[in-house]
Design a protein around this ligand. Structure first.
Ligand code: ATP
Ligand code: ATP
Ligand code: MG
Ligand code: MG
Lengths: 254, 254
């Protein structure tokens, strides 16, 4: 069955969605069958792959409402399969809170598809609420995108606490795959200092190589494609390929 | 009484907190009495001003729980008064959902302090949930930080929908003060194109001047001070002063 990765960090704007798309595309390039799941009511993953979330049906919202099953929502993007989100997911979050076994909903829905894929990536929203907990409960491992700035490492501590709770209560097998150093500004000492601090403080590895900043990343969603399809000459594209290869246990192609 | 501004944008990492701190400091420099309120369970505003949110008591969480009043939480930072948050606020968010009149809690708590200040700034979390709705219901006007990248304008549409709902249902007097163009990368056409697109599409003004990117913004939280105190030679510091002057109806000092 597929390896399921939750891409999580409750801090906003640290490139969770960008990382999900880039890794999905990188895995797919290596011939793996990939599903990316959008767990964010803001549906940025869905939008960034060229879809209008408000025009899609069914989405994860309908699955949570019991009106559809996850396979019915899946779309086939050129670079990855996608289980989309929509703004209605905000309502689902509230509805889920009062349901028994609410943490397991995504895990049980994914059971129907994990044998059809090699990798599943779960793009979590910027919070530690019920949707992220569903992602962590459904995952084999957590990928933590970290933007190397002062406010980053405080968030990592809170996330690791939540992961510890999930391990204890709903998903004993949950691992931390490692950190992805995102939007890395190699020109300043600040980013390197913060990265070294986070690695040492939490004993977590940085996967592959830091992903350098490039405005091309901000442009790619406009075209509905990953950075690999949009401009794979930027150093960050190669970094994501190295990260994917490391996760998949594959050789890094030259 | 004070003018109350909600600093809101549900997209993560667009410099809501940075804008709240910079504007608070800029207003205070002009002799205004300022209160900054942290509405985010991640308590980045609180942390960025040099406090350990986990060590503070009481905080907004205790106010929502009915165990303290807002004035009891207020701390006096060198640059601004602060009503702090803590991670327990995540629990408050859930508890609030089932309470009658939940949208008005912050507004009613602020009533006790609005005559003691000239400006109140409310730093909202990256969501359109009950804490942000409390901020919008308590505010006279909304300041919308916008990071000028592709994913930005989609979020603005959703935010304006929420503002329209709040106007209709809980706060008819709510205005939109305007946009703050944050983390502006003037070297690329992309940022300028996105900014022009957002301005035109929603008919909103950009306040003052765009705030240019500088790594110094990422370093300032480490020192627990605003950019004005940390390094006011960066262009973004002057931009925030111009924005504050415009909001306060004051002349822009040379
Ligand atoms: N390497 C990079 N260089 C430059 N910009 C980047 C890079 N990676 C991501 N970005 C941009 O940074 C912004 C935030 O990225 P993204 O939306 O992926 O973060 P996120 O953590 O998913 O945000 P949220 O918390 O809102 O879900 C986007 O505009 C994105 O295009
Ligand atoms: N003008 C700027 N130049 C460079 N970095 C900036 C600038 N403004 C803010 N930053 C940095 O960008 C990151 C995100 O900013 P900030 O935390 O203020 O955003 P936010 O919208 O409050 O995030 P959240 O959605 O998590 O609440 C921080 O590391 C901050 O220091
Ligand atoms: Mg995202
Ligand atoms: Mg913030």
């Amino acid at each position: 069955p597929a390896t399921v990765y939750a891409v999580a960090n409750q801090k906003g704007g640290v490139a969770k969605t960008t990382t999900t798309i880039a890794l999905a595309a990188a895995f797919a390039e290596r011939g793996l069958a990939v599903l990316a799941c959008d767990l964010d009511p803001q549906a940025c993953l869905t939008f960034s792959l060229g879809y209008d979330p408000d025009a899609l049906e069914p989405t994860l919202h309908d699955v949570i409402a019991g009106q559809a099953r996850l396979p019915q929502t899946i779309l086939q993007h050129a670079e990855t399969d996608l289980a989309p989100a929509s703004i209605e997911l905000a309502g689902s979050e509230v509805a889920l809170l009062s349901r028994t076994g609410r943490e397991y909903l995504l895990r049980s829905e994914l059971a129907a598809v994990v044998d059809s894929y090699d990798v599943v990536l779960l793009d979590c929203p910027p919070s530690l609420g019920v949707l992220t907990v569903n992602g962590l409960t459904a995952a084999d491992a957590v990928i933590v995108p970290v933007q190397c700035e002062t406010l980053s490492h405080r968030g990592v501590a809170q996330l690791l606490d939540t992961i510890a709770d999930v391990r204890r209560l709903t998903n004993p097998g949950l691992d931390v795959a490692g950190l992805v150093a995102t939007m890395f500004d190699g020109r300043t000492r600040h980013a390197r200092a913060v990265l070294a601090d986070v690695e040492q403080r939490y004993g977590l590895d940085v996967l592959g190589a830091p992903v350098r900043k490039s405005v091309r990343f901000a442009e790619a969603p406009h075209e509905g494609v990953s950075i690999l399809a949009y401009d794979d000459s930027v150093p960050g594209a190669a970094a994501y390929r190295i990260i994917a290869a490391e996760l998949a246990g594959l050789d890094v192609e030259p």
